[in-house]
Design a protein around this ligand. Sequence first.
Ligand code: YH5
Length: 275
Amino acid sequence: MKFICGNYQLVLNRPYVMGIVNVTPDSFSDGGKYASIDLAVAHALQLVAEGADILDIGGESTRPGAMPVALEDELKRVIPVIQALKKVCQVPLSIDTYKPEVMRQAIAAGADIVNDVNALQAPGALEIVADSNAGVCLMHMQGTPHTMQQDPQYDDVVHEVKTFLEARLHAALAHGIAKERITLDPGFGFGKRTVHNIALIQQLEQLTALGRPLLVGLSRKSVLGAITGNDEQQRLYAGIAASVISAMKGAKILRVHDVKATVDALKIVAAVQPK
Ligand code: YH5
């Protein structure tokens, strides 16, 4: 299944690994103005060396309860990182943002993919992506990052996620975004309890019926902690299991922190896939 993003055509004949690059705030006390940018670029190049197929650059945390980041601060973090990576790296660059102005400036700086946890629902977001040649990831979330984990409720989580993603896919198509430019994501941990996350993993195949590649982000997430009892720094093995299961259930892009471990695990999956 083909995914066109910027000047790249990804064939997705195997699961691709999207490495997570968090651009954390500048420290006041040490390192100076550019320290966090240099650290993010160095980390990104390390992930490419480990086998990342795509880099996902984010300047605002969307984890449960996280505080929003001002537009200007987010731009100051992510735009220099995209500009620097565009010069030295061969893989598609994704911008993890829900803010249309960040999308616009990131695309101008060379971003190939808009990864939006809000599925292009902000005013102007669909138009900005439509007016570019960027690929897009449309993700499901119930609520907002600030409140989403307070009381998530579903009658049928798989059906509701599927219906939402189908509606956002149609909205994107109606705005002139070609279907080959679109990926879909159930949004693990975004307004979901453990039971909801588990149901979505169990029935991931159902979402492949939407006809677009699935992107899955389970790396280090709370559902892995809920099942294993491990805190965030101790979720690598659980995350590898989740990536292997997702790949075997048809996920085409895996968004992970731990690229080398994931790449190795996926080689085993590929070796046993019927040809
Ligand atoms: C995603 O699933 N997730 S940011 C909480 C954690 C660990 C990690 C409690 N952006 C996704 O990674 N984009 C994020 O521990 C995403 N899909 C897409 N497309 C949250 C995150 C995290 C949150």
